[in-house]
Design a protein around this ligand. Structure first.
Ligand SMILES: [Zn+2]
Ligand SMILES: [Zn+2]
Length: 397
């Protein structure tokens, strides 16, 4: 393993930053303390800082030489509305706020790299450090882009790194193409006519109709889309009625749809609407169909992904790099950046849980778990990845 020696020596410093951020988690667009910390550190290392993109986002720019190439390195800063069950010293100081996705680690690893690069400028061109707010559902990446991120700070490619529990520490992974799914929400409100539950012939039952719609929707996955195209349609909410002896006026079902391509998403949305409307009509009801597209699929470009995989292999060896990791049905708003720029969203192994410290909660160390904690042991490896990626991408002629 080729950890950069100066970064290995800075392990305690990077870990202190990580634990400080972990103890003070902030939700999407509220990352004021975190962005202050990030901006102060960057400025103290002589890196040019711009704030306020996407409200709390921070951009650091480091130039060296006369090269015109530029690379974007992105970390996320937000926490989740979760009550942390860990009791160790750096556990969250705030109720119902927790760094349960490791964004504290992502921010710290990129800061570790920024410090090193500011002191050892073995590159020719421009590094753009992107610290984004609100990854967890708030679309912070898009908010920064709407504020002119890539117009004000042009880059030739953009990269992101997410920790992955269950992947051994010291390993990396990525894949060409779709790596995370699109995330979408739907709500189908079925309107009937309420009646006495014992005199159903006087009403039009929206509950029975909603149940038929719910069952019918699953046929889209097996009968309409190609079997080789992955997709999930989960109904997660059913709301109707207040009394057992009353047929209500309305019934509402809601849920989520995930796909790896926009084409499949278009097909599913079209068929859902058709099934909802036709089924409702068959039973004498009407529907209001609402479909909200949230994050698009995260699609890695081929050249940038091969490039990133090569950087990983140079650090940990080919046998520790998964070049074709499984895609997940989770979603990630780095997807928006990949719609505009070539790039790669990669994984760094967070280990198998053996980093769990005294005071760890009973749960697993999986992302979004109440007992999750970022593995401090991998901080130098992550920082090394960012440095080597920059030095390769902006290789002096
Ligand atoms: Zn998350
Ligand atoms: Zn995350």
């Amino acid at each position: 393993m080729q950890i950069i020696p100066e970064i290995a020596l800075a392990h305690d410093e990077i870990q202190a930053i990580r634990r400080d951020i972990h103890a003070h988690p902030e939700l999407g667009y509220e990352e004021t303390r975190t962005s202050d910390l990030v901006a102060d550190k960057l400025a103290s290392w002589g890196i040019e800082v711009t704030r306020g993109l996407g409200k709390t986002g921070v951009v650091g720019v480091l130039r060296h030489g006369s090269g015109r190439k530029a690379v974007g390195l992105r970390a996320d800063m937000d926490a989740l509305p979760i009550q942390e069950l860990n009791t160790f010293g750096h556990a969250s100081r705030h109720a119902n706020r927790m760094h349960a996705c490791g964004h504290d680690g992502h921010t710290s690893m990129l800061l570790g790299a920024a410090k090193y690069l500011s002191q050892h400028r073995h590159f020719d061109g421009t590094v753009v450090f992107i610290f984004q707010p609100a990854e967890e559902g708030g679309g912070g990446a898009k908010a920064m882009m709407d504020d002119g991120l890539f117009e004000r700070f042009p880059v030739d490619a953009v990269f992101a790194l997410h920790n992955w529990p269950g992947m051994p520490a010291g390993e990396f992974g990525a894949r060409v193409g779709a790596t995370q799914a699109s995330s979408n929400e739907f709500e189908i409100r079925v309107k009937g006519v309420g009646a006495h539950a014992a005199i159903p012939q006087d009403g039009v039952d929206p509950v029975l109709t909603a149940m038929h719609i719910g069952t019918g929707l699953q046929s889209i996955l097996t009968r309409n889309k190609r079997p080789i195209d992955a997709a999930v349609l989960s109904i997660t909410q059913i709301h109707a009625g207040d009394a057992v002896n009353v047929i209500p006026d309305t019934a509402t079902i809601g849920g989520t749809v995930r796909t790896f391509s926009v084409d499949v998403l278009d097909l599913i949305e079209t068929r859902m609407k058709a099934i909802a409307e036709a089924t409702a009509m068959a039973y004498g009801c009407s529907v209001e169909f609402t479909f909200r597209r949230k994050y698009p699929p995260t699609v890695n470009s081929e050249a940038a992904t091969h490039f990133a995989l090569g950087v990983m292999q140079g650090i940990v060896g080919a046998h520790r790099v998964h070049t074709n990791v499984d895609p997940t049905m989770g979603a990630e708003d780095f997807a928006y950046m990949l719609l505009e720029k070539p790039g790669c969203y990669a994984y760094i192994g967070n280990g198998l849980g053996d980093h769990r410290d005294l005071g760890h909660g009973m749960g697993t160390c999986m992302l979004h778990n109440t007992s999750y904690d970022f593995n401090d042991g991998i901080l130098p490896l992550g920082s090394t990845y960012w440095v080597r990626l920059t030095e390769s991408f902006l290789k002096p002629a």
